[in-house]
Ligand binder design. Structure first.
Ligand code: C2O
Ligand code: CU
Length: 480
């Protein structure tokens, strides 16, 4: 007789109130996991029944692409087939892997041409929430739907009733449901980037997520938007952050009660369903305060709670073995973010910011449509052969990247192939020193990022607001 996972998780189920949470996986050590994914045009419905479908580019024909799930330390082999009308590559965002598998066209691999394929092979060293996306013509390929979640499971089951992924994407649709053109618009690139008008969770504008009173849910949120930063509030609930960007942290309430995620950033939350059966509670995004909207409802079924409310603090996830940087011995490198329009903040679209705006420091930024720079250097696009490094770090050394944002805009800065500790912000020690792979740096602020340069190769360090990256806020760090 087979016992379904669901039955296992809910124990006695409807018959009574379960007490314990499951703790151990039942299956044996897994062999290498294989996937084959084609990047291709597809048609999906993003906004719901009765609305027109949208032509997208999609991994495996779905939005988001197939959820890849492997276990920590389990080798994975992913064959990516290109059925798009242009070259592509795939970047495994946040995975600490070998440079040759990093997916940067011209730099770590040749782009995958139409009809061709590339085999990515790596063994994820860290358990956590990661994602994958193209690193070629990224603005358009990501903006048209190419992205998916990559979940690396802990060897021991984490004690929750359900493991949910919310893969957030932001689309700019016209009134016929088509993806609006105008990717790479200059004015936008110099401001907030391409923020859309339609936010989806797991490929749909969501209405409600059904929950049961008493459940403990692990909610993995991925912000896969091109440019939109989200700030999520859970009405009537107390989310506890247990990981940032796939790396466990001390469980804590989000600052100001709001989970803020810039593009490419992830958070793992433990959400105890402490609401009342039959009620609904709103999850809102109020990052851009006058443009707050309801993202989704948590809708409780009417059944009685599945257990007495859990009173314990959610458990700390087992730490990943990320090498610890030696701050005293670290090489320090200053990185100044420059360019863009003056007087930032807010969304694009009404043109009002143009009046006060002027390009900052444009004199020193080269041609090529570059609007942004790092240390006076503008690299545009998605990566290319012979890109000069911003600097070189000796392999094995500890390193501090001292990032200062001299612009009027927010920048989620991502380092490929490594996780770093945020050791300080604005010159003050950061008590939590959390690990991340993407750090959101507000206007005129700074952050010091520490890591061990243990992986040789050429690694991108760029803004993950895709317009900013493509318009010059991209660089390369060489580890040799
Ligand atoms: Cu997720 Cu170079 O990026
Ligand atoms: Cu940016």
């Amino acid at each position: 007789m087979r016992v379904s996972r669901r039955a296992l998780i809910f124990g006695a189920g409807a018959a009574g109130v379960a007490t314990a949470l499951p703790l151990r996986r039942s299956y044996a050590e897994a062999a290498a996991k294989e996937y084959r994914i084609a990047a291709k045009p597809a048609t999906v419905n993003l906004t719901g029944k009765g609305d027109p479908d949208t032509a997208v580019w999609a991994y495996g024909g779905t939005v988001p692409g197939p959820e890849l799930r492997v276990r920590q330390g389990q080798p994975v082999r992913i064959t990516v087939v290109n059925n798009l009308g242009e070259d592509t590559t795939v970047h495994w965002h946040g995975i600490r892997l070998q440079n040759a598998m990093d997916g940067v066209p011209g730099l770590t691999q040749k782009p995958i041409r139409l009809g061709e394929s590339f085999v990515y092979e790596f063994t994820p060293p860290d358990a956590g929430t990661f994602w994958y996306h193209p690193h070629a013509d990224t603005l358009q390929q990501l903006g048209r739907g190419l992205a998916g979640a990559l979940i690396v499971e802990e060897p021991e089951l984490v004690a929750v009733d359900r493991d949910l992924v919310w893969f957030i994407e932001d689309w700019r649709l016209d009134d016929q449901g088509r993806i609006a053109g105008g990717f790479g618009n200059h004015m936008e690139a110099g401001m907030s980037g391409r923020i859309g008008n339609t936010v989806t969770i797991n490929g749909r504008v969501p209405e409600a997520v059904l929950v049961k009173a008493g459940e403990r849910v692990r909610l993995r949120i991925v912000n896969a938007a091109l440019a939109r930063i989200v700030g999520l509030r859970f009405e009537g609930h107390k989310p506890v952050v247990v990981a940032h960007d796939g790396q466990p942290c001390d469980p804590h309430s989000p600052e100001g009660g709001r989970v803020v995620l810039g593009p490419a950033m992830r958070a793992d939350l433990i959400l105890d369903m402490t609401g009342t059966p039959g009620e609904t509670y709103r999850v809102t995004d109020d990052l851009y305060n006058d443009l707050a909207y309801k993202l989704v409802d948590l809708a409780y079924d009417t059944g009685k709670p599945i257990r007495e409310p859990l009173s314990d603090t959610p458990p700390k996830l087992p730490a990943n073995l990320v090498p610890e940087p030696d701050l005293a011995a670290a090489e320090r490198h200053d990185i100044v973010l420059q360019g863009g329009m003056m007087g930032g903040m807010g969304m694009m679209g009404d043109g009002s910011m143009m009046r006060g705006g002027m390009m900052r420091g444009m004199g020193m930024l080269g041609g090529d449509g570059a609007t942004w720079a790092m240390n006076g250097m503008s690299m545009t696009g998605d990566g290319h052969p012979k890109m000069p490094p911003l600097f070189t770090i000796k392999r094995g050394n500890s390193c501090v990247l001292a990032v200062r944002n001299d612009t009027a805009w927010w920048h989620p800065m991502h380092l490929h192939g490594h996780s770093f500790r945020i050791v300080s912000r604005n010159g003050k020690p950061n008590p939590r020193k959390e690990w991340r792979d993407t750090v959101l740096v507000p206007p005129r602020e700074s952050a010091d990022l520490a890591f061990v340069a243990d992986q040789p190769g050429d690694w991108m360090f760029h803004c993950h607001v895709t317009d900013h990256q493509e318009a010059g806020m991209m660089s390369l760090i060489r580890i040799a």
